[in-house]
Structures are given as structure tokens and as C-alpha cells.
Design a protein around this ligand. Structure first.
Ligand code: BMA
Length: 889
């Protein structure tokens, strides 16, 4: 080697900036920006942003309206049936072309495409989740270089692949009609929900959804830098495993130095870098024993301290080859599956830094059909909302996309653990060589991109495919089943698991969700009943059983999916609808509902406890119905989540020791009814406000067992407390309490749930004088001996609100004013008001509390606006609804 080349890289978790040091070393030329775009017969030709997609370009240039408006998903089906070509022209400097190697890198192509540089086919793509790197040295000229990407219709491509698969069918062929989607999405490595889902439209997008660039270098390129923290239990010491993936043009001897300046730890290795594009190197840096390593903790359990890792590589004579920097965190993760005394199953819980953690959170789906619209603001808002609601985990569900780097960075910083699925959902998949090869590359690339993130605590290979196979969703005749079982093991075990274990042994791996975990593995990776509550995680949905009755729920070890639908508010629907759409019987209301019988199920579930709205005024009737679906959803998910949380320390008939509650689903992809707790656009539904309470560190939970009322104290704290329940009886007819009872103080150990109050309902009511199940309700809270309250106040209805005696319209008045904290709303009510709901219309923002039971005549609620607003504007926009407002006398 005769050239002393200075190669400088700055790396920070996948977001890589590279700069030229002296004009001769690795050069990067971004090809992002404005490209030309046309369809197959060139009847449409326009300019389009890269990164971006065809739909966004067409909308920005006025060829189409908002794809989300009314029925446009149907109207614009032609876009995904056509082929599209992206092209750009660019100059390349002499210096750039003189480098020994030049790479053309496309970080994300959606999906099946051929890539041409100056008329030469440089390669093809078939996987949205893989970056593509082509070696193009020699193909570039000084000016007028043209890069052309021909993208095939994903719908047509998937159908071709399906038709070529003649030996046996790979179900499902098509989504159910109610989803109005496209067929054969399991044959294309693309966001599976883009062909439609039960909460989302069919927009099989096309485009260059991530960046495009050229990189030129003479000697070597650092493709990936990853760091994994390792803990030595015997010595109680930390070290860092540093993995590097290097593309080297010539063999090189180098000195690699790893440095953690804040921890006064550093080490240098002499290593031989081999020639080739994909060799990996692993080094270990022991952290100085005298340094105090601060750990990464989940939200609610501690800080998320990060450190800087500096990596330099030098030639033996001291010249710098490479310099990189990365954020690193220290945390341990274990998935504990052990036998339990008194149960035939196994535990299933996560231990972080040695501490068992109850996982509280939700499931994440793609935040938009068109990923270029998922801006940093959208991510911050959604992830901030999750953390604010006291969540500590999100599951990145397997029917969407591996999220962008900014998503995982924000999760690291917010202490949000990530259960990361691989992108396979609700289907069988082919296992032909080319498909498996592409999947292996996808898994490899994603693992390397993501493995440094402490937030990711588990890899999970698919969503519900074990269950689909075991419980025969697709009606596969018995004699044909062995093929599908074999394919299942081939894809998820022999390939995906094999790559994961090779590239990242630092985390637990699950083959599916739901799964029985270790028990599924024992049964050959497909358990006879993957929903068995004694093992692993469980998904549970039941829309018509009474959700106020906790007996309806499985006492699972870990509930990773459960939920109920609701409608978003009118302010969210308004921009994509017309006044004629605003009724439950409209074509629009039916069109946006992608779950079979979803609208009826919501009303039936609501009708179990509430009268349905009866306003003769159609718009009021519609908005009241939207509101009521949110009340129903919030109450159902609250009841179910409280059941899981109070089950953490208990075994009943061998079931329980529940250690996770992730409801389905956090966010929305468009404006439609769904299971989400946050509407498209970021507005919190009632459920999300309630989640902030039912996920609180310390939570009082009440339930009835026969006629006995029990109040549990649930604590996720580390320290022990002594708490008692304070129960107050109210009549529906008046906000003045009738009487208050206090239990004895009970020791509530950190990380446990325990009964603090137990008493017969009849006796409790009798003590309060003239009170019945129908005329009274209970409010309760937890306090220490000195009266200090822990956790939020909670309440328990003794009858359905539809049967409540004395519940009258509360005539709530609201007055907006400004104080030193910002805008606040003073509420006044004449009587008890359930489910008080403040809606700021189009003004983005959050109330300090919402959807609450108002048990006093006055209450002040703060409003944190998402943009500049005023007392006048909020006064005009604000509506306040409570349950009694739904019913005209
Ligand atoms: C589960 C999820 C999703 C689906 C949801 C609601 O099955 O994994 O596939 O959207 O339920 O039906």
C-alpha cells in the first residue's frame, strides 16, 4: 500500500455524515432532490422529490387530490397498477471518478425495480427493506450522467410471483372484501399493510423512499459500526462489543482504537483488514473498573444515560484511515421463561438490568401510507405521546416497516423499549431460494442498522403466523399441512433466526407473536395452541362479550395485543369528508371501516352499558356517536389493562403472573375507525388520556368478585410502600360525597400488586345510608399513613350508566382564560358528570386531563397548544361533552 489516504467518517447510529478531509478521500455525492418521474406510457410526466413516492409527487404537482379524501383510495388504484420511472441527470467531478471504487447506494426502493446508469443495467431490486449497493466505477462520466430506476407495479409483480408459484398455494390469496385491497402481498417484500389492512387503506406505493447517493473511495469504507454492551455478572463489570462491517479494496494492516472518553476506557488492536465488501470485525473494550457506568433504563425506571464511543483506524505508520463516532448505552436484557411453582406453564417476562419490569404500552403501525410524510415532528409527537402516557414499550408490528433511524433514536432517548417484529404478518410465505435470499439480506441489514439501540429488547420473527398455522386460519387440508409447517420452520427458524443469532446474540429472539415461546420451540416451533395463557405472549380480541367483566379476559403471562375500535373525532374526519358523509349510515362511514362488522360491534358493545345517542339533529347524533365509541373503547381497554396489571403477582389456577400489557394500537395510518388511542394527525382519543392513568407507576384498581369489592394497589416502583385505600361513595345525583371509608395500611412491595381492601358491596352501601347499586358509585385512591396520595384517583361503577338513577345533565359551563402556565379552562358543573370530554376542534394540543369523571362542581383543566392560539380562538373552538349530553329529554 503506497497511498496515505485519509478517510474520515462520522457515525452516529446509522445517520452517517461523511466529509472530505483533504479533497482526495471518501467522497459522497447525494443524488437526493428533484428527479423526473413518468408513468409507463408517458401520459404523465412530472418532477418528484427523492426520497419520496409517486403518490406524494402526483399530489404535490396537482395531478391528484389528497389520496385520503373520501373514496380516493379506490379512485387512485390506477397509480399502483402502473409502472413508474424515476430519472435524474448529474455531473461527477474528475476527483470523484478517479477514485478506485465508486458505489451507487439506494437506501430504499419501493419495490421491484431495475436500475440503469448511463444506459447500463447495474442491478435490480425486489425488497423494500434492503439497501442496494452497486459498484459503478467506470460507468460515470463528467456530465450528463443519467440514473434511471424503472419501478414495476407492486400489484402486478406480486401477482406474477404468485402465478409462478404453481406447486401449492400460499394463503391468503387476497384480503377480505371489506378491506378493499390488493392480492398476493405475501409474495413481495414490501410493507404488508400497504395492500390494505383492517385499519388501513390500499395504497401499494412506489418510489425511492430513502436516499440515493454515490460514494467514492480508494481504500476502505466503514459500512456499519455497531456496539453491544456486555455485562460480566461474576466480575460485575461492563464491556462493549464493537462490531464493524468494512468494505476494503486492498488488504490492510491497521491499528484500531476504541475510546469511551467519559468512562476513561480505551484500547487499541492491531488487525488485518481483508479485501472484500462484507467482512466483519469484532473488538471488545473493557470499561475501566473504577468508572461508574450509568445504565439505560426504561421510562419510569430511571435515566437513559448515553456515552460517546470513538473509533479510529490508523495505518501502522500512524496515518488515520478512519474515524467514527457512535452513541452507546449500557443495559442488560433477559427474557425469563422459567417454571413456576403452582403452575404447569412457564414465566414470560423481561428483566432489564436485573430488574423484572412490567411492560406497559402499545403496538405501533406505520404512521402514514406514504413514509415520506412521516416527518421528525410526526415521530416526536407520537413517541412523546407514548412516553407521556407512562408507556415504557412499543411493539413495532410485523405488517408495516422497519422504522426510520429517528424512531429508534427517540425510543432510546425516551426510555421506550421496542419489541421489534420482522415484517411478516397474518399469512403464509413462500420459501423459494430467491425469496429466502432476499429475506436473509433484509434481516442482516436491519440487524446491523438497529442492533446498537438499547431500546430494542427483543427480535420477533412474525405477527400471528404461528397462530395462523396452528389454528388453521386458511383452512388447509390436513394432508397438505406438513408443507406449510416445513416452510414455516425454513423461513423463521433456519433462516431468520439463524441470521439473528449470528449477527446479534445479545437479545432474546422469539419466532412469533403470539407464541408460547420456549414451549413453542419444544413443540417444533408451532405450538398446538399458541394462545395458551400459561406460556409466552397472547393476543386476545372479543368484541361482543361484555368488556366491563374482567372474567372475559385470559389471565395471560403477557398480553401483547388486545383492543377495541373507536371512531376519530369530527375535526380529524372533516378534511377528508363532506357534510353528507357525517352519519353512521353513510357510504363514507361504511367505506372507512375495514374490519368486518366493526361499526355494529362498537355500537353493540357500547349499548351494553350506555343508551345510544338519540338526538334528532343528524350532526349532533353523529358527533355523539363518535364520542360514545371513544367512551366505550377507553372504558374497555382500561378495564382489561387494569386486570393485567393487578394480575402481576397472582396465580389463579396456575394462570397469572402477568408481566406485560400492550394494547392494540397506538397510532393511525389514516382518518378512519380503528383500535388506535391516537387519531391520525396526533389528537389523543379518550383512551390515550385514560392510558396516562392506567399506566401510572402506582395504580389503584377496583373490581368485583361475586358481590365482594376488591381494591388492589399495583406498584411498579422499586421501593416498598405502606398504603391504604380510601373509598368514597357518591350518589349519581350530587357531587358531594356521601361517606368515606379507609382500609388498614398494607405493605405494598416494589414491583407487586396486592389487595388493600376487601368488602361486600352491600355492606359498604348500607354503611352509607340510602344508597343502592343504581344510585351510587365509588371513587377511590391510595394513600400513605400521613395522607400522601400515590397514583391517580380511580372510580368504580356499580351499575351501567344507562341504569344509573339520579344521573342528570350536569349543565357544564367552560370558561377559557390565560394564566402564567398558558391556557386553562375553568369548568363548572351542577352535578356528577361521567366522561367529561373537552375538544379543541382544529387547534392541535393536549389537555392536562380529559375524559374524566367530574365529582366536584368546579375543575380547572390546562390546555397545552401545539401552535400559537388565544383565549378567543380556544373559546370558539372548544366543545365540552359529558355522557348525559347525548340524550335529549
Ligand atoms: C391483530 C394485529 C393486526 C390487526 C389487529 C386488529 O391481529 O396483529 O393484524 O390489525 O389484530 O384486528
Amino acid at each position: 500500500m503506497n497511498v496515505h489516504v485519509l478517510v474520515f467518517f462520522l457515525l452516529s447510529f446509522g445517520v452517517r455524515e461523511v466529509w472530505s478531509h483533504d479533497g482526495i478521500s471518501p467522497l459522497v455525492q447525494s443524488l437526493d432532490g428533484e428527479w423526473n418521474l413518468w408513468n409507463s406510457n408517458e401520459s404523465i410526466s412530472l418532477t418528484a422529490r427523492v426520497p419520496g413516492c409517486v403518490h406524494t409527487a402526483l399530489q404535490e404537482r396537482g395531478f391528484i387530490q389528497d389520496p385520503y379524501f373520501r373514496f380516493n383510495d379506490l379512485l387512485y388504484e390506477w397509480i399502483s397498477l402502473d409502472n413508474w420511472t424515476y430519472a435524474t441527470t448529474f455531473v461527477v467531478s474528475k476527483e470523484f471518478r478517479s477514485k478506485r471504487q465508486v458505489l451507487l447506494i439506494l437506501d430504499g426502493v419501493d419495490t421491484a425495480a431495475s436500475v440503469w446508469l448511463n444506459g447500463v443495467l447495474v442491478g435490480s431490486t425486489d425488497n423494500m427493506f434492503c439497501p442496494y449497493v452497486f459498484r459503478v466505477q467506470g460507468l460515470l462520466k463528467a456530465a450528463n450522467n443519467t440514473l434511471t430506476v424503472h419501478i414495476l407495479s407492486s400489484v402486478v409483480f406480486a401477482a406474477q410471483k404468485r402465478n409462478a408459484h404453481t406447486a401449492y398455494s400460499v394463503p391468503p390469496e387476497c384480503p377480505p372484501d371489506v378491506q378493499k385491497g390488493q392480492c398476493h402481498v405475501n409474495f413481495i417484500r414490501k410493507a404488508q399493510s400497504s395492500f390494505s389492512w383492517d385499519w388501513g387503506p390500499s395504497f401499494p406505493g412506489a418510489g425511492l423512499w430513502k436516499g440515493v447517493r454515490l460514494e467514492a473511495f480508494d481504500l476502505l469504507r466503514l459500512v456499519h459500526l455497531a456496539a453491544l454492551p456486555l455485562y460480566d455478572i461474576v466480575r460485575s463489570s461492563w464491556s462493549l462489543q464493537v462490531d464493524m462491517l468494512v468494505d476494503a479494496l486492498v488488504p490492510t494492516s491497521a491499528q484500531i482504537t476504541l475510546d469511551l472518553p467519559e468512562l476513561h476506557s480505551s484500547v487499541t488492536f492491531l488487525t488485518n483488514i481483508r479485501q472484500g465488501p462484507g467482512f466483519t470485525y469484532t473488538f471488545t473494550l473493557h470499561v475501566n473498573a473504577s468508572s461508574n457506568v450509568k445504565l439505560w433504563w426504561p421510562n419510569g425506571h430511571g435515566q437513559q444515560t448515553s456515552y460517546r464511543l470513538l473509533v479510529t483506524a490508523r495505518l501502522l505508520d500512524g496515518f488515520a484511515l478512519l474515524q467514527a463516532q457512535s452513541k452507546v448505552y449500557f443495559r442488560r436484557v433477559e427474557l425469563v421463561q422459567e417454571s413456576i411453582a403452582g403452575s404447569s406453564g412457564l414465566t414470560f417476562y423481561f428483566r432489564i438490568n436485573g430488574k423484572p419490569i412490567f411492560l406497559k404500552g402499545s403496538n405501533w403501525i406505520p404512521a402514514h401510507s406514504f413514509q415520506d410524510r412521516v416527518t421528525p415532528h410526526v415521530l416526536e409527537d407520537l413517541l412523546g405521546s407514548a412516553a407521556e402516557a407512562n408507556m415504557n414499550v412499543l411493539r413495532v408490528w410485523g405488517g408495516g416497516v422497519y422504522e426510520q433511524d429517528a424512531f429508534y433514536e427517540a425510543c432510546d432517548e425516551n426510555g421506550l423499549m421496542v419489541w421489534q417484529d420482522f415484517m411478516f404478518a397474518c399469512a403464509m410465505y413462500p420459501t423459494e431460494d430467491d425469496f429466502v435470499r432476499s429475506v436473509r439480506e433484509e434481516v442482516y441489514q436491519q440487524i446491523w442498522r438497529l442492533k446498537s439501540h438499547p431500546s430494542i429488547i427483543v427480535w420477533s420473527a412474525n405477527n400471528e403466523n404461528e397462530a395462523a398455522l396452528a389454528t388453521d386460519w386458511f383452512h388447509i387440508p390436513i394432508w397438505k399441512r406438513p408443507v406449510y409447517f416445513k416452510d414455516y420452520v425454513t423461513l423463521y427458524v433456519d433462516n431468520i433466526m439463524a441470521v439473528v443469532k449470528q449477527e446479534d446474540p445479545s437479545r432474546p429472539f422469539l419466532v412469533s407473536s403470539p407464541t408460547n415461546g420456549a414451549e413453542s420451540e419444544r413443540e417444533g416451533y408451532v405450538a398446538s395452541d399458541p394462545y395458551d395463557p400459561r406460556y409466552g405472549d397472547t393476543h386476545f380480541y372479543s368484541y361482543l362479550d361484555d368488556c366491563w367483566d374482567w372474567r372475559a379476559f385470559p389471565r395471560a403471562r403477557f398480553a401483547s395485543e388486545y383492543g377495541f375500535q373507536s371512531w376519530p373525532s369530527l375535526s380529524t374526519l372533516r378534511p377528508v369528508s363532506l357534510a353528507e358523509d357525517w352519519s353512521m349510515s353513510s357510504r363514507f362511514a361504511r367505506h372507512r371501516q375495514h374490519h368486518q362488522d366493526g361499526n355494529q360491534q362498537m355500537l353493540k358493545q357500547a349499548a351494553l352499558h350506555f343508551h345510544l345517542p338519540n338526538s334528532s339533529e343528524p350532526l349532533a347524533n353523529f358527533t355523539h356517536t363518535l364520542y360514545l365509541t371513544q367512551v366505550m373503547q377507553a372504558q374497555c381497554v382500561k378495564t382489561q389493562t387494569e386486570f393485567y396489571r393487578r394480575s402481576r403477582s397472582e396465580l389463579v389456577g396456575g394462570l397469572g403472573n402477568t408481566m406485560g400489557a400492550l394494547y392494540w394500537q397506538l397510532n393511525d395510518i389514516w382518518q378512519a375507525p380503528s383500535w388506535s388511542s391516537i387519531e391520525f394527525g396526533g389528537k389523543w382519543k379518550m383512551l390515550h388520556y385514560l392510558a396516562a392513568d392506567f399506566f401510572a407507576d402506582v395504580l389503584p384498581v377496583a373490581f368485583e368478585d361475586d358481590d365482594t369489592l376488591l381494591i388492589y394497589a399495583v406498584s411498579d416502583l422499586s421501593q416498598d410502600l405502606k398504603l391504604r385505600a380510601v373509598v368514597t361513595v357518591y350518589a349519581w345525583s350530587t357531587p358531594e360525597p356521601l361517606c368515606t371509608l379507609k382500609s388498614d395500611l398494607v405493605a405494598v412491595l416494589g414491583g407487586s400488586a396486592i389487595a388493600v381492601f376487601k368488602g361486600r358491596v352491600a355492606a359498604l352501601l348500607a354503611e352509607c345510608g340510602r344508597c343502592s347499586r343504581f344510585s351510587c358509585l365509588l371513587a377511590f385512591r391510595l394513600e400513605e399513613g400521613d395522607g400522601t396520595q400515590h397514583g391517580p384517583a380511580n372510580h368504580h361503577f356499580l351499575c351501567s350508566p344507562k341504569d344509573a338513577l339520579g344521573l342528570r345533565p350536569p349543565n357544564i359551563t367552560a370558561k377559557v382564560r390565560e394564566d402564567e402556565t398558558g391556557l386553562v379552562v375553568d369548568l363548572q358543573a351542577s352535578t356528577v358528570a361521567p366522561f367529561v370530554w373537552l375538544d379543541a376542534g382544529d387547534i392541535p394540543g393536549r389537555f392536562s386531563t380529559n375524559g374524566f369523571l367530574m365529582l366536584s362542581r368546579n375543575r380547572t383543566v390546562a390546555f397545552r397548544a401545539g401552535r400559537n392560539t388565544s383565549v378567543t380562538e380556544l373559546t370558539q373552538a372548544l366543545t365540552v361533552t359529558s355522557l348525559s349530553d347525548l340524550y335529549s329529554p
